[in-house]
Write a protein that binds this ligand. Sequence first.
Ligand SMILES: *[C@@H]1O[C@H](CO)[C@@H](O)[C@H](O)[C@H]1NC(C)=O
Ligand SMILES: *[C@@H]1O[C@H](CO)[C@@H](O)[C@H](O)[C@H]1NC(C)=O
Ligand SMILES: *[C@@H]1O[C@H](CO)[C@@H](O)[C@H](O)[C@H]1NC(C)=O
Ligand SMILES: *[C@@H]1O[C@H](CO)[C@@H](O)[C@H](O)[C@H]1NC(C)=O
Ligand SMILES: *[C@@H]1O[C@H](CO)[C@@H](O)[C@H](O)[C@H]1NC(C)=O
Ligand SMILES: *[C@@H]1O[C@H](CO)[C@@H](O)[C@H](O)[C@H]1NC(C)=O
Ligand SMILES: *[C@@H]1O[C@H](CO)[C@@H](O)[C@H](O)[C@H]1NC(C)=O
Ligand SMILES: *[C@@H]1O[C@H](CO)[C@@H](O)[C@H](O)[C@H]1NC(C)=O
Ligand SMILES: *[C@@H]1O[C@H](CO)[C@@H](O)[C@H](O)[C@H]1NC(C)=O
Ligand SMILES: *[C@@H]1O[C@H](CO)[C@@H](O)[C@H](O)[C@H]1NC(C)=O
Ligand SMILES: *[C@@H]1O[C@H](CO)[C@@H](O)[C@H](O)[C@H]1NC(C)=O
Length: 584
Amino acid sequence: MPPSLLLLSLILILPFSAASSLPLHLSQTTHLRRPQSAPAPPQQYIEVARPLPFDSLTPSCILPLLSHTFSTPTTNATYSSPTNCSWSNAVLHFSAASNGSHRGRIAAVWLSSAELARTSTPEPTPEGTFWNFRKDVTRYASLLRSSNLTLSVALHSLVGQVSNDTYNANVTFLYYDVNKTDHAVTAPLTLIRHEQSSEYLEMNENPADLIVPISAPGDQGHWFKIEKESDSVSRKFQIPSNTYRAVIEIYVSSHDRDEFWYSNPPDYYLEINNLPSKRGHGSYREVAVKLNDNLVGAVIPFPVIYGGGINPLFWQPLVSIGAFYFPSYEVELTPYLGIMLEKENSLHSLGLEVADALPYWLIDANLHLWLDSNGDRVSAGPIEYSDPRIRLERESKFHELDGKFKVEGETKREVSGWVNSSAGNFTTHVYGKVEFQSKLMLKHGGKKVRVKQEVKVVDEVHVRSNLGHSVAEVARERRYPLQVRATVMPGSENETYWIAAELEHSFKEEKKGSGGLRSELENRQKCRGWMFVRDCQILSGAAATSQSYYAKDGYGCYARHVLADGGAVKNDTHSFVCAPTASS
Ligand SMILES: *[C@@H]1O[C@H](CO)[C@@H](O)[C@H](O)[C@H]1NC(C)=O
Ligand SMILES: *[C@@H]1O[C@H](CO)[C@@H](O)[C@H](O)[C@H]1NC(C)=O
Ligand SMILES: *[C@@H]1O[C@H](CO)[C@@H](O)[C@H](O)[C@H]1NC(C)=O
Ligand SMILES: *[C@@H]1O[C@H](CO)[C@@H](O)[C@H](O)[C@H]1NC(C)=O
Ligand SMILES: *[C@@H]1O[C@H](CO)[C@@H](O)[C@H](O)[C@H]1NC(C)=O
Ligand SMILES: *[C@@H]1O[C@H](CO)[C@@H](O)[C@H](O)[C@H]1NC(C)=O
Ligand SMILES: *[C@@H]1O[C@H](CO)[C@@H](O)[C@H](O)[C@H]1NC(C)=O
Ligand SMILES: *[C@@H]1O[C@H](CO)[C@@H](O)[C@H](O)[C@H]1NC(C)=O
Ligand SMILES: *[C@@H]1O[C@H](CO)[C@@H](O)[C@H](O)[C@H]1NC(C)=O
Ligand SMILES: *[C@@H]1O[C@H](CO)[C@@H](O)[C@H](O)[C@H]1NC(C)=O
Ligand SMILES: *[C@@H]1O[C@H](CO)[C@@H](O)[C@H](O)[C@H]1NC(C)=O
């Protein structure tokens, strides 16, 4: 049998339950039988998101680039920037349909090996499935304005081989000319003032001038596969001598044994209890970024739950936060420009690792670079550096299958460096703080499971002139709390189980900066349901998911509340006017 992509509750509980003679593997041919009340075909899946600010405008041009029915894991097309088209913002429209039964896929789109978007596939239904999303890809403008690039799409199977499924995917780019005046008002730029003249050098919200992909060559997609902590994937690169700012953007997803890493117990718990499960290594994972083998940053990934996760009925038709729009993570590397610019024409390397990784992770990154348009050379050097390695405390108490496992950690990093460009000699100071806390509790012989995780990440970037004046600053805080509770009870028939589960999680982000930059986002889901299961097939079940989404920034405000119950949307309200307290 193929490796399994199981329902979380099964993964969590079956290995812990005394009656663990149960099948731990899910056959790829099993169909998810949905409750009788399920809606008619084909199932359209939705990730609640905010409409893009320029959705109401007519695109200056539309470029349908790819329409493909997958028979191999990847497909390519040639991209050329549309001619005779004036645009300031670009959107990637991805739509896909499947009429197969294969569950668990992940897909991504790359342009010239730089990842633009990552998405997971929703659960198959007998009637077929359909989903689509629009993503603002303006930050990749330097690539989108080029021609003769390879656009590639990979559809990677998470569960064994695919037989007779059909996946059809379309990729279209839309280009908008957002009125410059409006743009300036609504998308505040953080400006750096030239010290001598009064010229302005734009920073922050402006797309990079150059993007260097840190990705794999790619006949299976341009992501690197990481199977263990010591797997370090890296790419050699060189940057132009007039680079004045550098940011690395990371895309990452966890699969198989680490799909539910936040609920993995320590290895010795599995060993002492003689459990066959290989989902161990504790419940902390961290993606580390290394420049020439030195640690320069680390991020904790937001736990995206795939369509079959925890209780598949939770995600019909509202998919989990991030399931269609995987978030990416940024690390400001400007203070390290002194190293990256050292010795002209010499190669440096950027590497990625996952702490405590189990098979497997798909990961790659884009190095965004801003160039000094008034000079062909900048000089740069370091000022201060502190090791960003997180220090963790782990605590375990258990007796047989019941126990409590805690992981807690906090790290602070501070780094600064100067860059002398045509705009002046500026010092970039980066301050970062990560707080992590996770608890896993098992009761009643492992039949009752509770997971609680809190992550808080703060990043601040301050740019100062030699005279000590603040020329730009931006602060960002992300939080992603997660709570899962699940209980399993044997059914009256042989090999049947009742599983009740609850989940509450959110993605919160707040940004503040000079030039009036201020934005808030809070996306929260609460799910509750039960299912009656035999051989990893859902015989019956019911679930409800409520989601509230709140976003506020220079473009305005958007609030939406959606309630799905029994596989259908029951309530869906939104507003473009938010009450001051709407975020509560
Ligand atoms: C470019 O667009 C303008 C306005 O739509 C049109 O008048 C012109 O002929 C176009 N030029 C080319 C080369 O297509
Ligand atoms: C993709 O485009 C083709 C042709 O334009 C269309 O027939 C098909 O329905 C589209 N598929 C999806 C999933 O949007
Ligand atoms: C699924 O797609 C294939 C290929 O497009 C088609 O031949 C088949 O009839 C479809 N099946 C259903 C049930 O729509
Ligand atoms: C595009 O690239 C191909 C091969 O990479 C080359 O043969 C072709 O001349 C290029 N076309 C343009 C317009 O640059
Ligand atoms: C392939 O398609 C056939 C006919 O629709 C179906 O009976 C069979 O179960 C499918 N196989 C798999 C592995 O889904
Ligand atoms: C852009 O906005 C300004 C001021 O609101 C207006 O005068 C101008 O006509 C607009 N331009 C376009 C192309 O819409
Ligand atoms: C797509 O391009 C990549 C290289 O960019 C190559 O490795 C891969 O085999 C290509 N895929 C197909 C289906 O041609
Ligand atoms: C700083 O950069 C400017 C412009 O690139 C250059 O003219 C100047 O000499 C540099 N200053 C020093 C001290 O290197
Ligand atoms: C830029 O400023 C930093 C800190 O004030 C200083 O150490 C460095 O030598 C300066 N660089 C240049 C080229 O003036
Ligand atoms: C129940 O399960 C046991 C062990 O798997 C098996 O020996 C027995 O035949 C099953 N009974 C029925 C009625 O299916
Ligand atoms: C659904 O929305 C209506 C108003 O549109 C509201 O009165 C009702 O309480 C909502 N129901 C739930 C369960 O949220």
